[in-house]
Design a protein around this ligand. Structure first.
Ligand SMILES: [Zn+2]
Length: 120
């Protein structure tokens, strides 16, 4: 395209094409509800029953937020016992230990495979 008299400097390309990682990392209420249903109210790793009153079950990201492409889906999260700031909880474990991160990656893979199977 020839466009004389037009400043050839491109518009800044850093304008957002995709949502910010914060937006992508947002867990929508329906995702939360689906995760809760899947977990049956138990921690998806250790099976500990979550106390709804104290909200000991947390919807944890299985991947770093910046690695989520579009938005957080049911396959990107797991209900884990928390709070994440407490050592010894599963949420803390997947957020702060290498072993936990590996588990989370693997669990996410399983979820994706399972959801693929369900589609077929
Ligand atoms: Zn747990």
């Amino acid at each position: 395209m020839i466009d004389f008299g037009h400043n050839p400097v491109e518009k800044p390309s850093y304008r957002r094409r995709k949502p910010t990682s914060k937006m992508r990392g947002r867990i929508k209420p329906e995702v939360y509800a689906a995760a809760m249903e899947r977990s049956g109210g138990h921690c998806e790793r250790c099976g500990k029953y979550g106390n709804p009153e104290y909200q000991t079950l947390q919807c944890a990201h299985l991947v770093r937020r910046w690695r989520i492409e579009v938005e957080t889906t049911i396959n990107d999260v797991a209900m884990l016992c928390g709070p994440s700031v407490n050592t010894g909880t599963c949420h803390n474990w997947i957020d702060y230990t290498k072993e936990g991160k590996d588990w989370a990656e693997e669990y996410r893979q399983q979820l994706y495979e399972r959801s693929k199977e369900n589609e077929e």
